[in-house]
Design a protein around this ligand. Structure first.
Ligand SMILES: *Cc1c(COP(=O)(O)O)cnc(C)c1O
Length: 415
């Protein structure tokens, strides 16, 4: 209700930028319509063709914007992150030896920055430790490499640090968030997640990144909107100003985490293969172990997501071979080690009964897993294919009768 919809100089932008400064400590703030808008500005203005940007695993839109800007992604996440059976608490950590090898190979003139995400989505919502981030920062300072964060899920990562890492139990979530950000040069955020709002994002920098900030800000008007709203409405900026403070509430975060543990526990007790330990924003099914008879190029996680939807109407998300896309050099599917289905839990939406219903549906799918076959892709976009690709039951592996039955359902066209 108090959103200031002024085209120029919206007071809601001032309040939003003030919240970013209070909670994260970044001085320089550029609003964008959502996270990928911030990624676009950042990578277009930072990356030079041939740059290598190491990350703790990857996020789909982040890697796409890096590659569109002529850079290349390298994974420096620790090995445990790729192993669904490992119980290691800090699977979001980077392996400094992997980073050091890249620096030796390409030199720090090509490895000019690393990009680190808290609560790593593609690894199953796994956090990094403050200790690991500090070590990374020290290494990067010694090699003139900048550290940029994707702070989309920073509060959930901070919660893990407070409750699991030695020495942080007495810290507030906000102080932990500030400490994480203090170990970086800048960040981008999709506020749809830990901003607790429906829409928005931002790009933010430390004061010493004034020049990069100015370049990005001069382009926000080309792609997003004036630099005092960047594609967000006044009410969205006003909500974000509040959301960034509310997300620092340890009771809220603990309550959210207990919902995740509840769902994880129900599925785990029924023997459904999962990513362990339970992540910070969702429960992740291990589709490789769920459907071991389906080859990865027949998209087991995509099929599992479809089967869950048919079974109980719960919409989940493939995070495996489809999301990972094709290797630009070979044109082949990347076949990542992790073939997952994500059950992301929306913030402040569900009750325990919703989660019980979801678990029951998935357990029913698990009981009939042997009769589930693979998929083939019938239409594939060039970039970020997982958003719009289409599939049908794979004709080679699906029994003929069943295949006919599936195909007799008329395809739905949504656009
Ligand atoms: C959602 C997300 C993005 C992209 O943000 P949008 O707001 O969806 O454009 C980037 N990084 C991470 C880690 C995300 O979860």
């Amino acid at each position: 209700m108090t959103g200031d919809e002024a085209y120029a100089g919206s007071r809601s932008f001032d309040r939003m930028a003030e919240s970013v400064r209070d909670v994260m400590g970044y001085e320089l703030v550029i609003p964008t319509h959502q996270g990928r808008g911030a990624e676009h500005l950042f990578f277009q203005n930072f990356v030079q063709p041939g740059d290598i940007i190491p990350m703790n695993m990857y996020f789909t839109t982040t890697r796409a914007h890096l590659e569109l800007a002529g850079g290349e992604f390298r994974d420096i996440i620790c090995d445990e992150a790729h192993d669904t059976s490992s119980d290691f608490r800090w699977k979001g950590n980077v392996d400094l030896r992997k980073l050091d090898l890249l620096v030796q190979q390409y030199g720090s003139e090509h490895v000019r920055a690393v990009s680190i995400a808290p609560d790593v989505n593609m690894a199953g919502g796994q956090p990094f430790s403050m200790h690991n981030l500090r070590e990374l920062r020290a290494y990067c300072n010694g090699h003139d490499i900048r550290v940029f964060l994707d702070v989309t899920r920073i509060a959930e990562n901070a919660w893990f640090i407070k409750h699991n890492e030695d020495g942080y139990a007495g810290w507030s979530i906000r102080d932990i968030i500030r400490e994480i950000c203090a170990n970086s040069d800048g960040a981008w955020m999709s506020s749809k997640k830990d901003g607790l709002v429906n829409m928005g994002g931002f790009l933010a920098f430390q004061p010493w990144e004034e020049e990069l900030f100015a370049r990005c800000r001069s382009q926000v008007v080309v792609y997003e909107g004036l630099h005092t709203y960047g594609g967000m409405s006044g009410r969205d900026m006003e909500s974000l100003a509040v959301g960034l403070h509310e997300v620092c509430d340890d009771d809220y975060l603990s309550c959210r985490h207990s919902q995740l543990e509840l769902l994880h526990g129900m599925l785990s007790r029924a023997g459904v293969p999962l990513v362990n330990p339970c992540g910070g924003h969702g429960v992740f099914l291990d589709a490789r172990a769920f459907l071991p008879h389906v080859d990865q190029d027949h998209y087991p996680a995509q099929m599992l997501a479809a089967q869950i939807y048919l079974q109980c109407g719960v919409r989940t998300m493939e995070r495996g071979n489809v999301s990972s896309g094709r290797d630009p050099q070979t044109g082949r599917n990347r076949r990542p080690k992790l073939e997952l289905v994500r059950l992301a839990i929306p913030r402040r939406v569900y009750t325990e009964s919703h989660l019980e219903y979801t678990a029951e549906g998935i357990i029913e799918v698990y009981e009939r897993r042997h009769s589930i076959h693979g998929l083939e892709m019938t239409w594939e976009p060039d970039i970020l294919r997982f958003f719009q690709a289409r599939f049908q039951p794979h004709p080679d592996t699906t029994p003929a009768v069943e295949h006919e039955m599936h195909l007799s359902v008329p395809p739905k066209h949504y656009w």
